[in-house]
Design a protein around this ligand. Structure first.
Ligand SMILES: [Zn+2]
Length: 97
């Protein structure tokens, strides 16, 4: 499938909270259901959520797992469009230690 037509799965990179520091948004806390994977473009480590992982494993040829930064760049290249949100975000937080 053409890259342009693939579903973008925008995942927060592991340094998301450093990137967002001072922007007034709540910190991102991965849940126990998130796992680490890599952005296909820049190979950054990203947290992939359970719904995104399910989409990616159901149809690997139609998905693009990207970090937020690469997803924005890809979106720009496509001339806009919406980065889909697959819901979730209410899982049990993965606490340090
Ligand atoms: Zn990336």
């Amino acid at each position: 499938m053409e890259r342009q037509k693939r579903l973008m799965l925008a995942c927060p990179p592991t340094n998301i909270n450093e990137l967002l520091e001072g922007m007034g948004v709540p910190p991102f806390v991965p849940t126990v259901d998130h796992t680490l994977t890599q952005c296909v473009d820049c190979r950054a480590d990203v947290w992939i959520g359970p719904n995104q992982r399910a989409a990616a494993s159901r149809a690997p040829q139609t998905c693009l797992v990207l970090c937020m930064a690469c997803a924005l760049a890809e979106q720009h290249k496509r001339g806009g469009g919406v980065v889909g949100h697959l819901g979730g975000g209410n899982g049990r937080p993965r606490l340090p230690g």
